[in-house]
Design a protein around this ligand. Sequence first.
Ligand code: C2O
Ligand code: CU
Length: 453
Amino acid sequence: MKMNRRGFLATGAALALAPSLALPEAGNKILRIAPARQHLVGASYPATEVWAYNGQVPGPQLRLRQGERLRIEVENALGVGTTVHWHGIRVPNAMDGVPNVTQPRIAANGGRFTYGFELPDAGTFWYHPHLGSAEQVARGLYGALIVEERDAPAVDRDLVWVLSDWRLDGEARIRADFGNPMDASHAGRIGNTVTVNGVLRDGFAVRAGERIRLRLINASTARVYSLSFEGHEPWVIALDAQPVAPHWFGRVVLGPGMRADLILDCVAPPGSRHRVIDGFYRQRAYELLKLEYSDEKPLRESFEPAPRLRANPLAQPDEARAERHRIVFGGGMMGAMPSQREHRGLFWTVNGKPVPEHDHAPLLTLGRGKSYVIEFVNETSWHHPIHLHGHVFRLVSRNGKEVLPRQFADTLLMDPDSRAQIAFVADNPGDWMLHCHVLEHQASGMMALVRVA
Ligand code: C2O
Ligand code: CU
C-alpha cells in the first residue's frame, strides 16, 4: 500500500494553481446518479471512470439557509440500487435514506425517490449513499450540504474541501477489489491517492490578508486525516456542524464522516507557499497541497478574533437522570473475531453480534424525549468513527475522564482499546442506524439499529 500521493505526481506538475473551489449551486433540485469520467490525477493520466451525482465528484454543493426546506429528486441511472443519506442532518426518519429501514432502495436503471425535509441546524453536512456504500462512496458518490447560519460571520470566502481517497492502478483506474477480507478486517479500504474536491492538487490559491471559512469534510471510506497548516493557526469554530469555542491545537483530526469548520486567516506574505500536511499515519505523513499566496498586496494587515457561531437548537440531555446503556464494539484482526460459523465475511461485532448490512432488529429501544448516556467500548485494535443517525449527541467522557466543555457531534472517532460516554435526548422518533463510518467495517458487521419510540 503506497500512501504517498507523489506516486502520481512523479511525472511533474500535474496541476497548476487550483481554481477557486467555491461553486455554490443554490436551487439545485435534481441529483442524477450515473457513471462519469473525471480527471482525478492530472492531464498525463486518462480520466477515471467514477460514479457521480450530476456528472461530478464531489456532487453539487447544496447550499441552503438554516430553517429552509430542501427538496431533492434523485434519479438513479446506475446499474445497482442506491439511496441518499443526509449525514448529520436531523431529518424525519422517512427521509434518512436507509434501505430496508426507512425506504426501499432506489432501483437500478431509472429508479427515483424524492427527499424533502427542513434544515433545523446550520453547519457543514454531507450526503452519500447508504446501500453498498463501501463501494459506492469509494467510486465517488458524495457531496457537501452546507446550511448557512441566518447571521453567518463575515469572511472573504466560504469554501469547502471535500477530502477523499482512491485506490487507483497505474492507469488511474479504480481498483475493483471492493469488500476484500483484508480491508474489511483491518483498517478499511485506504486509498493511494488523496484528492481535494475530486482532484489531486499541488496548490490552493489564496491571497494575503484574506479570511477564509474553510469547511473540511472527510468523505473517505476509511482514511483518517490529521491536518496541520504550516505557518498558520486556523481556528476551529465548529465540529460536525456544531459550534465550538474557537481554538487551535496544532492540527485537526477527522475520521470518516466527520467535518470541521475552520477560520483560516491568511497571515503570510504575498508570494509565499505553505504546506498543508496530513500526518495521521505517523510514518506516512504527506503533503496534501500547498497554500499558494498570490502576489497581490494584503487585503488587510490584522484580523479580528475568530467569530463564535450561535449554537444550534439541540435538546440538552439531563445526564444526572439519564438512563444508561453500554455498547461494545468488537472483532477485527488481533481481536476476538466472530466465530467461524456465524461470521460469513462479518469481521466485527456490536455487543457480541455481527450484523449484516441493514438487516436487524433494534439493539436498543429508547423512550421518546428521554435522556440517555451511552458508553461506547472499543475492544478492538482499530480506530472506529461511530456515527448515530437522526440525533446529535454530546461527548461526556473519554476513558473515564470528563470532557469539558461538552462537545456536540454526530460521529465520534474512537481510538483502539478505548471507551467514551455520550449523552443525548432521544427526541427524533424512528429507527436509526448506529454504525462505524469505516464503510468496510459497517458492511462487515459493525452496525446496529436504535429505535426511538
Ligand atoms: Cu454518513 Cu450512516 O452514514
Ligand atoms: Cu470501524
